[in-house]
Write a protein that binds this ligand. Structure first.
Ligand code: VGL
Ligand code: ZN
Length: 210
């Protein structure tokens, strides 16, 4: 077995002050640095994904003529209309400046196709196209994934579900995640969904001690 740490969307726009700020989102960066240190000590690779949208992305409420944070449909898929966020090359799209990026072996961008959203680090929401992440992990012989980051109820959840479907033994570092919670309880439900799909939920201290 070989474990890798997968960090989800630890970007300025999902942290306080950002365009799609998640409450307490920057707490995940502190947690990520601790998880990274444990992985470096154990010789386990660390990878990250990065939400990376063109300015004309149709998930942005302003581009679809919809109200922010309401629910609609895009390409036949349910779609939350988001504030414009993580626009390619913008400061908001950068990984958080406090994140220990030297230890990250590879960053996989997602969400470049303006016509479909892409929550998972592996596939777009329609499972039509995939990123290079799965190929990279397989080439390294990775069989187990530890996943944490932003946001619990969107990109973390869909990355975990795809990881399980792709056959990775998957744990979620729960206190290394924070959620959008458009509806109260969305993040709690997301953790339940991930667990029911086969993920193991662990705390950061359990991950560090393993
Ligand atoms: C995310 C909404 C839109 C996330 C990305 O990282 O969870 N959420 N784009
Ligand atoms: Zn996005």
């Amino acid at each position: 077995m070989k474990t890798a740490l997968l960090l989800i969307d630890l970007q300025n726009d999902f942290c306080p002050g950002g365009a799609l700020a998640v409450t307490d989102g920057d707490a995940t960066v502190i947690a990520a640095n601790q998880a990274i240190a444990a992985c470096v000590a154990r010789g386990e690779p660390v990878v990250a994904c990065q939400d990376w949208h063109p300015a004309n992305h149709r998930s942005f409420a302003v581009n679809s003529g919809e109200k922010v944070n309401t629910l609609g449909e895009l390409e036949g898929l349910p779609q939350v209309w988001w504030p414009a966020h993580c626009v390619q090359e913008s400061p908001g799209a950068q990984l958080h400046p406090q994140l220990h990026q030297q230890a990250i072996a590879a960053v996989f961008q997602k969400g470049q196709n303006p016509d479909i959203d892409s929550y998972s680090a592996f596939f777009d929401n329609g499972h039509r196209a995939q990123t290079a992440l799965d190929g990279w992990l397989r080439a390294q012989g990775v069989t187990h994934l530890a996943i944490m980051g932003l946001a619990t109820d969107y990109c973390v959840k869909f990355s975990v579900l795809d990881a399980l479907e792709l056959g990775y033994e998957t744990i979620v570092i729960t206190d290394g995640c924070r959620g959008v919670d458009l509806q109260p309880g969305d993040s709690q439900k997301a953790f339940q969904t991930m667990e029911q799909a086969g993920a193991r939920l662990v705390t950061l201290s359990q991950f560090i001690a393993h």
